[in-house]
Design a protein around this ligand. Sequence first.
Ligand code: AMP
Length: 295
Amino acid sequence: MNRKQFDPLKIIRTFTALKILKTIAALQKYLQQQNKKTIGLVPTMGALHQGHLSLIALAKAQTAIVVCSIFVNPTQFTNALDLEKYPRPIETDIIKLEQAECDVLFMPETTEMYPQKEHWHLDIGEVEHRLEGKFRPGHYQGVMQIVYKLFVAVKPDLAFFGQKDFQQFRVIEKMAELKKLPVKLVMCPIIREADGLAMSSRNIHLTAEERQHALVLSRALNHLKNVPVKEASAQIILKEAVEMIKAEPGVELEYLEIVNADDLSEDLSHPEKGTIALVAAKVGQTRLIDNMILG
Ligand code: AMP
């Protein structure tokens, strides 16, 4: 057998059950044949890591058929270079999904999701414009646009998202409510590297040195972990955490805030709704986000 004919990926694919579908029509046909089994959806942009795979594992535990989508959605990128350099290691992603025993990979082309130019806008109020929204205006409109399309195409019973993108979860929740979509959203815990760095597809852009500096984000969040939110000392501790990040070489802080976990407002007078610290910073050229639920 010459080397060209020997394709280990092809062999793995023949023996595993992962169904790879590229069109909405094929996806819907397949799902209809599954006899009303419960469907779990895990939307991703690929470059899969343990964080994504933990969502698949949780989806497998709660639903009969797990659909993972991989689609680098252009409408949610606010920076053309970020979109261009977004990692797309599709062959290794497929192997990971096969090992995770995911049932379906939906990986459409851009033209499948956006066959023509379209206008999307959904007013979800302030939650869109705070924090990430301030630094990436329009980002969440793009996120809602693609997740809406995926929800309509897949009609999942449950959809799994990471706490890593906490604000995104709140945005999607609002979109699903306003669009009256009968899907239950499940928030899954943040998976971290052993040293505390939150896993992210963007981490591969970090140099070894930048990766060390990036640890300041989880360190700063840990500093806030037991902060007595309603007391004046909270502001002092928050300031200390901000200073910690600002002092780190190569790290440019965008925001570090403690907000109400319900609507992400600064109103902390209802601690029963939960409180969360969220951070975003650029480490070299790479933008990272992280968060921690407090108390
Ligand atoms: P992405 O591919 O970055 O769009 O992420 C796809 C899904 O994986 C989103 O729901 C993310 O919140 C989730 N996710 C990303 N990183 C992590 C992580 N470190 N732990 C848990 N979930 C994550």
